[in-house]
Design a binder for this molecule. Structure first.
Ligand code: AMP
Length: 118
Protein backbone atom coordinates (compact mmCIF):
# COMPACT_ATOMS: atom_id res chain seq x y z
CA UNK A 1 0.00 0.00 0.00
CA UNK A 2 1.66 3.22 -1.09
CA UNK A 3 -0.11 5.22 1.65
CA UNK A 4 0.90 2.83 4.45
CA UNK A 5 2.78 4.54 7.29
CA UNK A 6 6.58 4.04 7.19
CA UNK A 7 9.49 4.60 9.55
CA UNK A 8 12.82 4.98 7.72
CA UNK A 9 14.69 3.78 10.82
CA UNK A 10 12.62 0.59 11.18
CA UNK A 11 14.34 -2.68 10.24
CA UNK A 12 11.16 -4.25 8.86
CA UNK A 13 10.21 -1.10 6.91
CA UNK A 14 13.66 -1.35 5.34
CA UNK A 15 13.06 -5.00 4.42
CA UNK A 16 9.74 -3.94 2.86
CA UNK A 17 11.58 -1.27 0.87
CA UNK A 18 14.12 -3.83 -0.40
CA UNK A 19 17.00 -2.09 1.41
CA UNK A 20 17.75 -5.16 3.54
CA UNK A 21 17.51 -8.66 2.02
CA UNK A 22 15.08 -11.27 3.30
CA UNK A 23 14.02 -14.75 2.19
CA UNK A 24 10.44 -14.03 1.23
CA UNK A 25 8.07 -17.00 1.33
CA UNK A 26 4.73 -15.29 0.69
CA UNK A 27 3.37 -11.83 -0.05
CA UNK A 28 0.16 -10.00 -0.81
CA UNK A 29 -0.78 -6.39 -1.40
CA UNK A 30 -0.95 -5.88 2.37
CA UNK A 31 1.51 -8.30 4.00
CA UNK A 32 4.99 -9.76 3.52
CA UNK A 33 6.26 -13.05 5.00
CA UNK A 34 9.94 -13.96 5.26
CA UNK A 35 12.13 -16.39 7.18
CA UNK A 36 13.38 -15.32 10.61
CA UNK A 37 17.14 -14.74 10.56
CA UNK A 38 17.52 -16.69 13.85
CA UNK A 39 15.01 -19.53 13.49
CA UNK A 40 13.66 -21.13 16.66
CA UNK A 41 12.07 -24.05 14.77
CA UNK A 42 12.54 -25.71 11.36
CA UNK A 43 9.89 -23.33 10.05
CA UNK A 44 10.09 -19.85 11.57
CA UNK A 45 8.48 -17.21 9.39
CA UNK A 46 7.57 -13.62 10.24
CA UNK A 47 4.44 -12.13 8.71
CA UNK A 48 4.37 -8.33 8.70
CA UNK A 49 1.98 -5.65 7.51
CA UNK A 50 3.30 -3.25 4.88
CA UNK A 51 2.32 -0.37 7.13
CA UNK A 52 4.41 0.52 10.17
CA UNK A 53 2.60 -0.05 13.48
CA UNK A 54 4.57 -0.70 16.64
CA UNK A 55 2.72 -3.83 17.70
CA UNK A 56 -0.24 -6.07 16.90
CA UNK A 57 -2.71 -4.05 18.97
CA UNK A 58 -1.77 -0.80 17.21
CA UNK A 59 -2.12 -2.55 13.85
CA UNK A 60 -5.53 -3.98 14.77
CA UNK A 61 -6.76 -0.54 15.85
CA UNK A 62 -5.51 1.20 12.69
CA UNK A 63 -5.94 -1.47 10.00
CA UNK A 64 -8.15 -4.32 11.31
CA UNK A 65 -8.53 -6.01 7.93
CA UNK A 66 -4.75 -6.13 7.51
CA UNK A 67 -4.43 -7.53 11.05
CA UNK A 68 -6.81 -10.32 10.06
CA UNK A 69 -4.84 -10.90 6.88
CA UNK A 70 -1.76 -11.78 8.96
CA UNK A 71 -3.70 -14.83 10.18
CA UNK A 72 -4.82 -15.78 6.69
CA UNK A 73 -1.23 -15.49 5.50
CA UNK A 74 -0.03 -17.65 8.40
CA UNK A 75 -2.42 -20.42 7.37
CA UNK A 76 -1.16 -20.20 3.80
CA UNK A 77 2.46 -20.40 5.01
CA UNK A 78 1.60 -23.49 7.09
CA UNK A 79 0.10 -25.06 3.97
CA UNK A 80 3.12 -24.15 1.83
CA UNK A 81 5.53 -25.50 4.47
CA UNK A 82 3.49 -28.69 4.98
CA UNK A 83 3.05 -28.08 8.72
CA UNK A 84 0.72 -30.46 10.54
CA UNK A 85 0.56 -28.03 13.45
CA UNK A 86 2.00 -24.64 14.14
CA UNK A 87 2.16 -21.85 16.69
CA UNK A 88 1.43 -18.15 16.12
CA UNK A 89 2.89 -15.53 18.43
CA UNK A 90 2.85 -11.74 18.69
CA UNK A 91 5.46 -10.64 21.21
CA UNK A 92 4.14 -7.32 22.48
CA UNK A 93 6.40 -5.11 24.56
CA UNK A 94 10.03 -5.56 25.56
CA UNK A 95 8.97 -7.52 28.64
CA UNK A 96 7.46 -10.15 26.34
CA UNK A 97 10.59 -10.30 24.21
CA UNK A 98 9.62 -7.86 21.45
CA UNK A 99 12.78 -6.51 19.85
CA UNK A 100 11.48 -5.11 16.56
CA UNK A 101 8.73 -2.54 17.00
CA UNK A 102 6.95 -3.13 13.70
CA UNK A 103 4.05 -5.55 14.22
CA UNK A 104 4.96 -9.11 13.23
CA UNK A 105 3.41 -12.52 13.60
CA UNK A 106 5.77 -15.41 14.30
CA UNK A 107 4.79 -18.67 12.55
CA UNK A 108 6.62 -21.60 14.15
CA UNK A 109 6.44 -25.27 13.25
CA UNK A 110 8.22 -28.34 12.02
CA UNK A 111 9.05 -29.74 15.46
CA UNK A 112 7.21 -30.61 18.66
CA UNK A 113 6.38 -27.34 20.43
CA UNK A 114 6.13 -27.35 24.21
CA UNK A 115 3.44 -25.51 26.16
CA UNK A 116 3.57 -23.21 28.01
CA UNK A 117 6.39 -21.38 26.22
CA UNK A 118 9.10 -19.69 28.30
P1 AMP B 1 10.53 -10.12 18.31
O1 AMP B 1 11.63 -10.52 19.26
O2 AMP B 1 9.20 -10.75 18.60
O3 AMP B 1 10.46 -8.61 18.17
O4 AMP B 1 10.93 -10.72 16.89
C1 AMP B 1 11.84 -10.10 16.04
C2 AMP B 1 12.40 -11.19 15.21
O5 AMP B 1 13.04 -10.61 14.08
C3 AMP B 1 13.44 -12.07 15.90
O6 AMP B 1 12.97 -13.42 15.94
C4 AMP B 1 14.69 -11.89 15.05
O7 AMP B 1 15.43 -13.08 14.92
C5 AMP B 1 14.09 -11.45 13.72
N1 AMP B 1 14.99 -10.68 12.88
C6 AMP B 1 15.81 -9.66 13.24
N2 AMP B 1 16.45 -9.16 12.16
C7 AMP B 1 16.01 -9.88 11.10
C8 AMP B 1 16.31 -9.85 9.70
N3 AMP B 1 17.18 -8.97 9.17
N4 AMP B 1 15.69 -10.75 8.90
C9 AMP B 1 14.83 -11.65 9.41
N5 AMP B 1 14.49 -11.72 10.73
C10 AMP B 1 15.08 -10.85 11.55
Amino acid sequence: MSDAPRDPDCLFCRILAGEIPAEVVHETEHVLAFRDIAPQAPTHVLVIPRGHHENAAALAAAEPLVAAELLTAAAEIARLEGLAGYRLAFNTGAEAGQTVFHAHLHVLGGRDLTWPPG
